[in-house]
Design a protein around this ligand. Structure first.
Ligand SMILES: Cc1cc2nc3c(=O)[nH]c(=O)nc-3n(C[C@H](O)[C@H](O)[C@H](O)COP(=O)(O)OP(=O)(O)OC[C@H]3O[C@@H](n4cnc5c(N)ncnc54)[C@H](O)[C@@H]3O)c2cc1C
Length: 279
């Protein structure tokens, strides 16, 4: 017999998770779709379900010296309306689904779903954002890039819940692009975020991440290091080498949304355009 839990506090939730193997359900906009059987039937769960929606203490956006803390039940629409959320995250979120879905869905759910096409995962990687995982055993911090280890695979232990996501402060110039079939309700075929900081004529910081072109977001700090410290002209002159480096890192697949050749080409074009636009 499947049990449904609706805890009202984080403490209550972690106690339930310490004794029961549960699906954690936030907005349900991924999980309900995955458990859907047919139009006339309710979704079926083969193990217990813990709903997070009533854990009001996790519905927050706070700022401190570490960065912006987003509680795991905070909906996208609340993030969109908050001036505390970095602009590039709001730009990403406003291209996710539609207002109806964004009033249900959470960034914790986007991370927990661990899809290669999860749109917030791209800026979360570029910002080196991390999660605070909570259980009755205590708390631990994990980078989002380490939390996701494959398609729908994370390192979450059964008794853990994402308490919050922490987005560190980052003062860079950004170029984000999501390529989908249409303007709204579109899952990414490719997504791209390039970021840089120029001090005088020197590239002081350079970060690039791609979504939907591998089993998880592609970001490579070793490649980035190669180009940090160059002058702007040297950087732009090495465009072909930069594009070639990333071209080797991405390994898109062909699926119902797009072909691997299209994804590879578009990803390289977006990177190339980002480099051309560095001012
Ligand atoms: C019509 C439609 C359009 C969509 N468009 C987009 C889009 O453009 N871009 C995009 O990226 N996604 C899109 N999605 C997918 C989905 O809306 C997002 O991934 C959303 O962020 C999921 O959030 P949720 O709260 O609904 O997650 P849920 O479905 O509740 O959960 C998703 C996963 O996260 C886990 N989880 C949730 N909360 C926690 C927690 N606190 N601790 C640990 N694990 C947790 C769950 O166990 C589950 O595995 C779309 C979905 C629909 C139905």
């Amino acid at each position: 017999m499947i049990k449904y839990f609706v805890p009202k506090s984080l403490k209550e939730a972690t106690e339930i998770l310490s004794q029961n193997d549960c699906y954690i359900l936030a907005g349900g906009t991924d999980l309900m779709v995955q458990k859907h059987r047919s139009a006339s039937l309710l979704p079926t769960f083969e193990k217990d379900v813990l709903f997070t929606n009533e854990i009001k203490e996790l519905d927050y956006i706070k700022v401190d010296k570490e960065g912006v803390h987003v509680g795991s039940v905070t909906k996208y629409e609340k993030m969109l309306k908050s001036a505390q959320i970095p602009d590039i995250f709001r730009k990403t979120i406003e291209q996710i689904a539609s207002p109806g879905i964004r009033n249900m869905a959470t960034m914790a759910g986007n991370i927990g779903n661990a899809s290669p096409a999860g749109d917030t995962l791209v800026p979360l990687n570029v910002f080196d954002a991390y999660l605070v995982l909570s259980s009755t055993r205590g708390e631990r911090k994990v980078l989002v890039s380490d939390y996701i280890i494959g398609v729908r695979k994370t390192i979450r232990e059964k008794d853990e819940i994402i308490k919050e996501i922490v987005i560190p402060n980052l003062d860079l110039e950004f170029d984000y692009e999501k390529v989908g079939s249409r303007k709204a309700e579109s899952i990414s075929k490719v997504s791209f975020l390039g970021a840089y900081k120029l001090e005088g004529n020197i590239i002081k910081d350079f970060r690039v991440a791609f979504g939907s072109v591998s089993i998880k977001v592609v970001r490579d700090k070793e490649v980035e290091k190669k180009y940090i410290g160059l002058t702007k002209e040297e950087f732009i002159n090495r465009k072909e080498e930069i594009v070639s480096d990333y071209s080797k890192l991405i390994s898109p697949i062909t699926d119902h949304r797009s072909t691997k050749e299209y994804r590879q080409k578009v990803a390289c074009n977006l990177l190339s355009r980002f480099i051309d636009n560095i001012k």
